[in-house]
Ligand binder design. Sequence first.
Ligand SMILES: Nc1ncnc2c1ncn2[C@@H]1O[C@H](COP(=O)(O)OP(=O)(O)OP(=O)(O)O)[C@@H](O)[C@H]1O
Ligand SMILES: [Mg+2]
Length: 501
Amino acid sequence: LRSEDIFRLLVETIKDYAIFVLDPEGHIASWNAGAERIKGYTTDEIIGKHFSVFYPPQTAASGWPAHELKVAAAEGRFEDEDWRVRKDGSQFWASVVITALREHDGSLRGFAEITRDLSLRRRAEQALRETEERYRLLVEGVKDGIFLLDPSGYVVTWNAGAERIIGYKPAEIIGQHFAKFYPEEATRRNSPAHELEVAAQTGQFEDENWRVRKDGSKFWSSVMITALPDAKGKLYGFSKITRDMTQRRELEEGLRELSGRLVRVQDEERRRIARELHESLSQELSAMKMMLESTLLQGNLAPATKDCLDEALQLGDRVLQGVRSLSCLLHPPLLDDAGLVPALQWYVDGVSKRSNITVNLEIRPPKFPRLASEIETSIFRIVQEALTNVYRHSGSKSADVLVEQNAGRVCVRIRDYGKGIPPDVQRKLSAAVGVGIGGMRERTRQCGGELSLSNGEPGTVLEAWFPAKPENRVSRRIKGVRLDTAKLAVNPSQNCHWTGG
Ligand SMILES: Nc1ncnc2c1ncn2[C@@H]1O[C@H](COP(=O)(O)OP(=O)(O)OP(=O)(O)O)[C@@H](O)[C@H]1O
Ligand SMILES: [Mg+2]
C-alpha cells in the first residue's frame, strides 16, 4: 500500500469523527464512515449537496455556513461548537473544525471539515451544572447553617442559614477561622482544633454546645463536622452544619422545670391531705369511737342495740386504721418529725410485707444526721418511686436500698435483680418528664444533685446524689403535741401513729 492509500483508508474508516471535504463553494466532495454514522447520510445521498443541510434551518437561512467558509478561507481555519442537524431532522451538539485546503500556488481547492458529536459530553456537563445548581439551591434554602472549612479550619463557603444563625455576611467571614464562633473558654480549652482532629480521625464530630453570634450573644447549637476526603483520600476540608437549638433547649428546660413543679405540688398536696386526714378525720373518728364506747358502758341497752353498737365500734376501728395508714403513705409524719431514716425503715418494712420483695436497707453511717427537709423528702420519694418501679416493672424478688453520707454528699442507691430497663425505654427516659423517673430526676436536679440509671447486670441501679445540706426545719406543734419530741410508734400492721403528747 502506498502511504496515500493508507491515509485514505484511515480517514474512510474512522467512526468517531465525521471527516469530509467541501469544494470552494461548500458542496460535499467526499464522505467518510464517521460522517455517515454521525449525520445519517450515505455517501451516495450526500455527495454534491451543499453542506448547509447540516445546519438548523434558521442558521442556514441567516447565511452562517457561508460565513464560516469565508473565515476559514481568510484565516486558514474556523472552529466552533454549535447545533447541527442529522438526516432525520434530530439535532446534536457538534464540535466543528473547518480547514482551508490550498494548492502550492495558494489557490483554494476546498475545505476539510471535521465534526464531532459532543451531545453526550454536553448532556453530562449540563447534568452536572443542574446538580450543582440543585445543591446550591438546597444549601441556600435550608435554615441550618451549612459551610465548608479548609483543612486548617478557615471558612471557605457560607450559606444564608449560617448568616441567619451566626450573623456574619459571606464577605465578612470567608477566609476567617471558625474558632470565632466559640466562646472564649472553649477556645482556651482548644475545642475548635480538637473537634477538627476528631472529625479528621473518625470522619465526624457531633456536639451540642454554646456558640457565639457576630453580635457576641450566645446560642445553643447542635453541630456536626464531617471530614471531606478528596478522591485520593487526602483531607480536602470539612463540612459543618450548625443548628440553633436555643428555643428547643428553653422548651426542654421549661418542661423540666414543670416536672419539678409537678412533684413539688404533688408533695405539698400529699402532705396537706395527709395532715387533713390525720388532724380532722382521724380525730373525729376517735371522738366518735369514744362516744360509742361511753354509750356501751351505760349498760342498760337492749341486746340488739348493744350488738349494733359493738359492730359500729369495730367498723370505726377499721376505718381509723385505714385513714391512718393512708395518711402515713401519703406523707409519713415520721419523715418530718423523726427523720429520713425511721421513715425509710417504716416504708421499706411495709413494702417487704405487702409485696413479697425482700428489701435490704442499709444506712451509712448508722447514726445518720438530719438533712434539709427538701432533701429528706426527695430521698424518701425517690426510694418510694424506685421501689414501686421494682415492684411493677422488674420482676425482681429482692432489692437493696443504700443511703450513704460522706464528703458533703448524700447518695441513695436502689438496685434490683430483675429484667432491667429495656434500652429503647432507657433512651427515652433521659428526656422523660412527669412524676416517674423524669420527676425524680428533676426533683434531684432542683436540690442541686443528679440522678442516673444504669444497668445492674442483672437488674437496674438507680442512683442519686445530693449536697448534704443540714437540717433547716423549725419545730411545729399539732393539736398541742410537740411533734419533734413526740414518740412515734410503728405498729405491726405497718400503720404508724402518734402516741404521747
Ligand atoms: N426497676 C425497673 N426494672 C425494669 N424496668 C423499669 C424499672 N424502672 C423503670 N422501668 C421502666 O421504665 C419505665 C419508666 O418508669 P417511670 O417510673 O418513669 O414510669 P412508670 O413507672 O411507667 O409510670 P409512673 O409515672 O406511674 O411512675 C417503666 O414504664 C418501665 O418500663
Ligand atoms: Mg414509676
